[in-house]
Design a binder for this molecule. Sequence first.
Ligand code: 13P
Length: 249
Amino acid sequence: MRVPFLAANWKMNMGRQAARELVQGLMETCAQVEGREMAICPPFHLLADIEKLVEGRPQVYLGAQDMYWQDSGAFTGEISAPMLLDVGCRVVIIGHSERRAMFGETDETCAKKVAAAVKHQLIPILCVGESLEEREQGLTEKVVTSQLHGALDGLEISDGRQLIIAYEPIWAIGTGKTDTPQAANETMQTLRQTLAQIFNEEIAQGVRLLYGGSVKPENIAGFMATSDIDGALVGGASLKPSFAQIVNY
Ligand code: 13P
């Protein structure tokens, strides 16, 4: 019932020419795959170009890497949900650990952004994950459940498809180290139980849970073979044509 979702987070990478070539190639190598969906989340300056390249392909979602919760106004440097919709976005990453660590993102700001995205029918991809220190202290469950409550308590949704969660252990991002599929799946089960508490069981069963952190063509199948991992949020390996192998796992 949950359609696999493979998402590319390009972070602060790519120029217009390279982006066009990569996306054109991906549209040939993986956009026709049945029974799964993919997302491309480029930096803002590439959204309009990529919107044209993915047009007419409902299984390919265009996404942004962040947004502000107000619709418009004197907020220099920010971008809003209506603006993202205007350029064809259907998803938006919220609360990536890099934004939490470097740009002052908190559970509170994530909550406002998630609520604004849902209000405008943009699907938030809310990111959660523990640091190495927290992992070593056995705090993974505590950290991720608290991040979920912090960003989602009080949110009203009627269908699990309105929300996506990405579990990205910080120590696995860009390091080549990955969680084991089994351990990641256990954390996902905790996340799903928490979603059932926040919303209800039916909604929790419909929310897609993505694993992120050094996902590659070689390890994607192991994650996708588990019960509760419904897809991946991919950084480094999404910048190459071989991202198609992840989508086509
Ligand atoms: P890497 O795939 O480069 O480890 O990045 C993961 C990530 O942060 C995706 O949002």
